[in-house]
Design a protein around this ligand. Structure first.
Ligand code: ZN
Length: 164
């Protein structure tokens, strides 16, 4: 059994044939972008069990602090740049604060920060913000690992040991 090669297994958008597919437990998975492919590879058990359309969103709202006040042009560019990331739902920039909402099943704050760094944007480097970011990275990673470990709700099999 293989998945639909035309649909990205992580976000449900059109898959890009140029993005390498992944074979996992002898099933092939297809993706729209390297971002979705990496998301899958970080937690394959979480994504392999069902296609994107059957997964609920896990909406996160965060505020990131930028190192310096962005000009009007940078604000506009940055907003559209972030909105192009898979899973980003909304971006508002107020002064040095960047409010962002996203679906954790498609993008993590760590990935968003990476994208910002690639765009040459610096985040506030105070210990307080560094600590907050480290905490968010940890909790998001744990949340995804826990979801992957949870037995699938579609399974009618009783838990092992209950049939005696
Ligand atoms: Zn995708």
């Amino acid at each position: 059994m293989n998945n639909n090669p035309d649909i990205c297994h992580v976000c449900g958008m059109e898959a890009d044939p140029a993005v390498a597919s992944v074979e996992y437990h002898r099933i092939f998975f297809y993706f729209c972008s390297d971002q979705c492919r990496e998301t899958f590879l970080d937690n394959p058990d979480l994504y392999a069990s069902k296609p994107a359309a059957e997964r609920k969103e896990i909406l996160k709202k965060r505020t990131l602090h930028l190192a310096e006040l962005p000009g009007k042009e940078v604000t506009e560019l940055l907003t559209s740049y972030l909105m192009d990331l898979m899973g980003v739902k909304g971006v508002t920039i107020e002064g040095e604060r960047l409010h962002i909402s996203y679906n954790l099943l498609q993008v993590t704050e760590a990935q968003i920060e990476e994208a910002l760094a690639e765009a040459g944007l610096q985040l506030d480097d105070s210990w307080r913000e560094r600590l907050r970011r480290a905490w968010v990275h940890d909790t998001e990673e744990i949340e995804l690992k826990n979801l992957a470990a949870r037995p699938s709700s579609c399974c009618n099999k009783p838990p092992p040991g209950s049939l005696k």
